[in-house]
Design a protein around this ligand. Structure first.
Ligand SMILES: NC(=O)C1=CN([C@@H]2O[C@H](COP(=O)(O)OP(=O)(O)OC[C@H]3O[C@@H](n4cnc5c(N)ncnc54)[C@H](O)[C@@H]3O)[C@@H](O)[C@H]2O)C=CC1
Ligand SMILES: CC(=O)C(=O)O
Length: 297
């Protein structure tokens, strides 16, 4: 955020106040090398009163072998306290949720805050989509930024690749493979997807947590919101019938602007993709409802 000069002010709030203070000091020491000035301090929930955006990254992360869904109860309790305190500060902005399981915690943030759903946004499958674009770029030997492809569904094990809409430089991936005289094989796409789906596990096994992709992705989404970009990103949005799914926060391509989520893109999926998407939504809903009941939401 600091490097890219995205915001005028950045407040860090953490239950571990010393950590937030240390982070603020450390970041301020980078200001001399930044492209523009950002006012940075460690604060309290009261500082959320006139914030445009509150980014929620607090809570437990996965330990090796844990799934994202395993974190739900622990992080739901943390979110109930945090969102309550932010709303008590008379917050009128947009929530952006990154903590896992991100789709479920976005849904809870929406419930706890009672804000309109377009102003509660989850990080969704933005990172998975970036991982997919990177791996496709490597496979075909092109710049990842020229690859268009989406991961949709849960940010987790039930997500799916939308191969039917994947393209490079305007050419559909399936056509590119067909015309390649065997240079590329459609079967390799399965391996690419598995690498995407399991990427977080692989990184967590090696270094304990993922840092850089998520950070750059969160800055990208923050910019799209604060700068009113109308960018299409695979956020976790609240569906009310799109893709045959009702009342579920889940990763879908959507137009993001200063007001939050402007519009969910309604892609024509293949029968298999639609079925996989609906199964992913069903898994999320079945996991969410017992926790909502337990927390009396
Ligand atoms: N959506 C995505 O694509 C990604 C999500 N994540 C998720 O982000 C979350 C954070 O991960 P890390 O930054 O690696 O963890 P971390 O452990 O480094 O940071 C979490 C912070 O939350 C704070 N915290 C804990 N309880 C709190 C409370 N009640 N109030 C305020 N602060 C509290 C901790 O003191 C700590 O500073 C995890 O759930 C992780 O799975 C991480 C990477 C990607
Ligand atoms: C931790 C996590 O959710 C990720 O890196 O995808």
């Amino acid at each position: 955020m600091l490097n890219q000069g995205v915001a005028d002010e950045l407040v860090l709030v953490d239950v571990n106040e010393a950590k937030a203070e240390g982070d603020a000091m450390d970041l301020n020491h980078g200001l001399a090398f930044a492209s523009s000035y950002t006012k940075i301090w460690n604060g309290t929930y009261k500082d959320c009163r006139d914030a445009d955006l509150v980014v929620l990254t607090a809570g437990a992360n996965q330990k090796p072998g844990e799934t994202r869904l395993d974190l739900i109860e622990k992080n739901a309790r943390i979110f109930k306290t945090i969102v309550g305190q932010v709303m008590d500060a008379d917050f009128k902005g947009i929530f952006l949720v990154a903590t896992n399981p991100v789709d479920l915690l976005t849904h809870m943030t929406w419930k706890f805050s009672q804000l309109p759903s377009e102003r509660v946004i989850g990080f969704g499958t933005i990172l998975d989509t970036a991982r997919l674009r990177y791996l496709i770029g490597e496979y075909f030997g092109v710049d990842t930024r020229n690859v268009h492809a989406y991961i949709m569904g849960e940010h987790g094990d039930s997500e799916l690749p939308v191969w039917s809409h994947a393209s490079i430089g305007g050419q559909r991936l399936h056509d590119l493979i067909k015309q390649s005289n065997g240079a590329y094989d459609v079967k390799d796409l399965d391996d690419i997807f598995i690498q995407v789906r399991d990427a977080a596990y692989e990184i967590i096994n090696r270094k304990g947590a993922t840092y850089y992709g998520i950070a750059m992705g969160l800055v990208r989404l923050t910019k799209a919101i604060l700068h009113n970009e109308h960018s299409i990103l695979t956020v976790s949005a609240h569906l009310t019938g799109e893709y045959g799914v009702e009342d579920c926060y889940i990763g879908v391509p959507a137009v993001v602007h200063r007001g939050g989520i402007k519009q969910v893109m309604n892609l024509t999926l293949t029968d298999l993709e639609r079925q996989q998407f609906q199964q992913s939504a069903a898994l999320l809903k079945n996991t969410l409802h017992p926790v909502l009941t337990k927390l009396d939401v």
